[in-house]
Design a protein around this ligand. Structure first.
Ligand code: ADP
Ligand code: ADP
Ligand code: MG
Length: 659
């Protein structure tokens, strides 16, 4: 076994690999960019090496720096995680050229599966069913259109070099083919530098079922399937194992096909063979087709680990160090059911726009769930990398029990400081069709409005926020000596009022303290009496007819109330600042989110009109424009192209209007 390995990755997967390495007595080396100097994966490692600036192409994607870090620290092997360099055959060759071990398949195996069209041709030879379609070299648009007609619409155009759901277009009829082709090619060229596409049959009632395989370079075994049909924009949202409705017959057929795929390329290590399945009539042994093989550890590998009891990273290290496959196929069984939900910093209501910011509060259920997180409370989600916060994985004796645990785990997950998709995941976990195991890749899109619907803030939540704002509630804080004492304050029965901002809305709440834990509360026009009791995890709020569980966290002027799986965020307005802003008539341009300045299109002294675009920002790969708040003259510009700025930073100030 190795005595020291380097992990060429960041975030949760770097932490997850280190955990197993540590258990096996293998020392770990982390690498980090400027943005990650204080990151969890750096803190966890035995050693860490700085490899450059925040952008991945200057740090986590620079093979030479990573290999150099391994050499100087004496690491014998490199684990690539997923993403970044994990499926880059040139990296594998560079690692091996200096005598280090790449923990993963050979460069040759990665290359064979790297392009979807070539992989499909290879799989046909290995007798693995592939989606009917055209995956040859001819790229003439009219030729491809005629192939599409032969296949029969609807068809899917896919970038040969594609990944992460990019460069893919569904085409319903021939009239739309040319436009779809052009746009798929543009996206493919931009994302992968390769505009080659393939055309394949769009499988109706599609389900994504993939097989976890593991090889030793010669023989392979499989660790059953995962169902990843819950997707948004071809990206997985919740995964599970086993697949609902799977039969022994279909499982054996898919498992055998995946093993043939792996063995045909001499696969070594952990990999995933992804199949598209026609789910219109149950799962059938003749209705699954190879889509692609991911030649690495997959994001959703924990669900397989939960139902098989195997630590896939341990197997990766052992096999990379030269050990044979740890078990035989017949030794593996499925125990119970597991789900994984991916928690992202994103705003579901705004088309899942990625969010950045500090994780002022981050709390997961304490027991009965597996949490893979790459961040700790207080860490930041930066615009440089994938905004994943954590993966929540649960295991139960059967699907219903596991799903119940998933709902409970999501309801007990609290994140404040940045918006997350937790409420969306909770809504999904209670979705009727999903609950019944009736899944397909279109489920989320069909019910998107309902799944992203934000419920009205319940009176109890606003009331708790008001009590917190008025300091009538000692926020729960395990570190605080206040927490175990009953720190209620008695204020007599004087009426106190407070304004609370909720996005663009302002609510006014009035509170009368009736006794130590009874309050008369008026929110907008609704009056009520609430009894608020401290519980182990927060508060129980009773309005006389309904008792609800909630918890409250407060950071400066921000109050977040968690109830029913929703985070209701409030800001206590700073009355003085608001007054100043109003009297100035909007004198400044402020960063609307944390991000990168792409361009500044004005300069001091310039005349601007209200609405003029003054600054282009990029956050999470999306462009945002910042405009002039009014007509005026630019007094000061404090940002330049390339700057990384925080949300709320003043970037441009206009001259006083005089008067
Ligand atoms: P999985 O099935 O494991 O989710 P994906 O293909 O969706 O497989 O990608 C897994 C991870 O790999 C993503 O979360 C992302 O971080 C990374 N990734 C995928 N494609 C790319 C890409 N083209 N460039 C950079 N990172 C990528
Ligand atoms: P990527 O490399 O981006 O992950 P995949 O080929 O794995 O690309 O496809 C991503 C997703 O697109 C699949 O999980 C599935 O939901 C959908 N998809 C792919 N091929 C088909 C198809 N032929 N019919 C229906 N849906 C498909
Ligand atoms: Mg895929």
């Amino acid at each position: 076994m190795f005595t020291k390995i380097l992990i060429a990755n960041r975030g949760e997967i770097a932490c997850r690999v280190m955990q197993t390495a540590r258990r096996m007595g293998v020392a770990t080396v982390a690498v980090y960019s400027d943005a990650d100097a204080a990151a969890k994966h750096v803190a966890m490692a035995d050693e860490a090496v700085h490899i450059g600036p925040a952008p991945a192409r200057e740090s986590y994607l620079v093979a030479e720096k990573i290999i150099e870090a391994a050499k100087t620290t004496g690491a014998q092997a490199i684990h690539p995680g997923y993403g970044f360099l994990s499926e880059n055959p040139d990296f594998v060759e560079a690692v091996e050229a200096v005598g280090l071990t790449f923990i993963g398949p050979s460069a040759d195996a990665i290359r064979k599966m790297g392009l979807k069209d070539a992989a499909k041709r290879l799989m046909e030879q290995a007798d693995v069913p592939v989606v009917p379609g055209y995956h040859g070299d001819e790229q003439d648009p009219s030729f491809l259109a005629s192939e599409a007609e032969k296949i029969g619409f609807p068809v899917l155009i896919k970038a040969s070099a594609g990944g992460g759901g990019k460069g893919m277009r569904l085409v319903e009829d021939v009239a739309k083919f040319d436009d779809a082709l052009a746009s798929a090619q543009r996206e493919a060229e931009a994302a992968f530098g390769d505009k080659k596409v393939l055309v394949e049959k769009f499988i109706t009632s599609p389900r994504h079922v993939e097989i976890q395989v593991f090889g030793d370079g010669d023989k392979a075994i499989h660790l059953f399937e995962r169902d990843c049909s819950l997707q948004r924009r071809h990206q997985k949202v919740i995964e599970e194992a086993p697949a609902p409705g799977m039969t022994e017959e279909v499982r054996n057929a898919m498992g055998a096909a995946a093993v043939r795929a792996a063995e045909s390329i001499g696969y070594k290590g952990a990999g995933t063979v992804e199949f598209i399945v026609d789910g219109s009539n149950g799962l059938r042994p003749d209705a699954f087709w190879f889509m692609e093989m991911n030649t690495r550890l997959q994001v959703e590998h924990p669900v397989t680990e939960e139902v098989t009891g195997v630590d896939l990273v341990e197997w990766q290290l052992r096999v990379a160090a030269g050990a044979p496959l740890p078990v035989r196929q017949e030794d593996l069984t499925i125990n119970g059911h597991a789900f994984e939900a991916r928690i992202y910093a994103e705003d579901a209501a705004k088309k899942f726009m990625p969010q950045t910011g500090p994780l002022e509060h981050l709390m997961f259920p304490k027991a009965g769930v597996r949490i893979d997180a790459g961040v700790r409370p207080g860490d930041r989600i930066t615009p440089f990398y994938d905004p994943m916060i954590a993966k929540v994985t649960v295991h139960g004796a059967d699907r219903n029990e596991a799903l119940g645990k998933l709902r409970a785990a999501l309801a007990a997950t609290e994140v404040a400081g940045t918006m997350t998709n937790v409420a969306f995941l909770s809504a999904l976990a209670t979705h009727d069709g999903f609950s019944k195991g009736d899944v397909d890749t279109g489920l989320i899109d069909r019910d998107l409005a309902k799944l992203t619907d934000k419920p009205e803030t319940p009176m109890a939540a606003t009331a708790l926020a008001a009590l917190a704002a008025l300091d009538l509630l000692k926020p729960r804080d395990p570190q605080s000596p206040w927490d175990n004492t009953d720190g209620w304050r008695l204020w007599g029965s004087a009426k106190q009022g407070v304004f609370l901002n909720q996005g663009a809305d302002v609510v006014h709440a009035e509170v009368t303290t009736l006794s130590a834990n009874r309050f008369g509360i008026t929110v907008a026009d609704t009056e009520g009496t609430l009894t608020v009791e401290r519980t182990e995890t927060g508060y129980a709020v009773d309005d006389g007819t309904h008792r609800a569980q909630a918890s409250v966290v407060q950071h400066g002027p921000k109050v977040t109330v968690f109830t029913n799986g929703f985070a209701h965020g409030f800001t206590i307005p700073d009355v003085l600042a608001v007054a100043a802003e109003e009297s100035s008539g909007g004198n400044s341009v402020v960063a609307s989110m944390t991000g990168l300045i792409k361009a500044v299109q004005t300069e001091p002294g310039a005349k601007v009109s209200a609405g003029d675009v003054l600054i282009l920002m990029e956050a999470m790969k999306m462009e945002h424009t910042l405009t002039a708040p009014r007509d005026g003259v630019v007094a000061d510009v404090s940002a330049k192209s390339g700057d990384q700025v925080e949300e709320g930073a003043v970037l441009i100030v206009l001259e006083d209007q005089g008067g």
